[in-house]
Design a binder for this molecule. Structure first.
Ligand code: CTP
Ligand code: ZN
Length: 161
């Protein structure tokens, strides 16, 4: 009513940087793991978990001061937070807002878990290709051997800590 949202009651607005909003609840830590942010980078980071969201019921938010995400990082976040919006903040204003989009095919990013898959053979390396079976929960299918992999495995493979 007065424009103050739950999240803002907990964490103030940032001056410059990136706000990753509408992360499905429980995934903020996975977003940080994938971005490789441990808290030791000298960046001010706010992690807000389980706040009310009109669209998602509950959501997580990550605010990173003085850091803009690369398009590559944004795409990876889409895999584990398919509803996320990436807000670029300059001088307290949202100057850009991107909805993440899960790509139709994920090429070369994730390893197949089937040790016999052609993409795992060291003699003639074939780049892995996964297609989306389900976006939420995330389930991917190897184009070469048909093996399914789940979001948990994807997060483990993409995590940088
Ligand atoms: N935000 C922030 N610091 C700012 C500006 C915005 O931390 N200086 C945060 C807001 O708290 C919100 C997100 O960035 O979590 C997006 O801001 P805004 O676009 O103003 O909010 P909404 O209109 O609610 O966004 P959406 O439509 O994407 O839900
Ligand atoms: Zn495979």
């Amino acid at each position: 009513m007065n424009g103050i949202k739950n999240s803002e009651l907990i964490v103030r607005k940032i001056k410059n940087g990136t706000v990753i909003d509408h992360i499905s609840a429980g995934n903020a830590i996975n977003v940080l793991r994938i971005l490789g942010l441990k808290g030791s980078e000298n960046l001010t980071i706010a992690v807000v978990m389980n706040v009310k969201s009109r669209k998602l019921g509950k959501k997580d938010i990550v605010k990173i001061e003085n850091r803009e995400l690369t398009p590559e990082e944004v795409n990876i976040i889409a895999l584990i937070a398919p509803h996320a919006t990436i807000n670029i903040i300059k001088d307290y204003k949202v100057v850009a807002k991107h909805k993440v989009k899960v790509p139709e095919k994920i090429v070369g990013l994730i390893k197949c878990i089937n040790p016999n898959c052609i993409t795992r053979q060291s003699r003639e390396p074939v780049t892995s290709v996964f297609t989306i079976v389900s976006r939420e929960p995330l389930i991917l299918k190897c184009e070469y051997c048909g093996r399914y992999i789940t979001s948990e495995e994807v997060v483990n493979q993409l995590s940088r800590w």
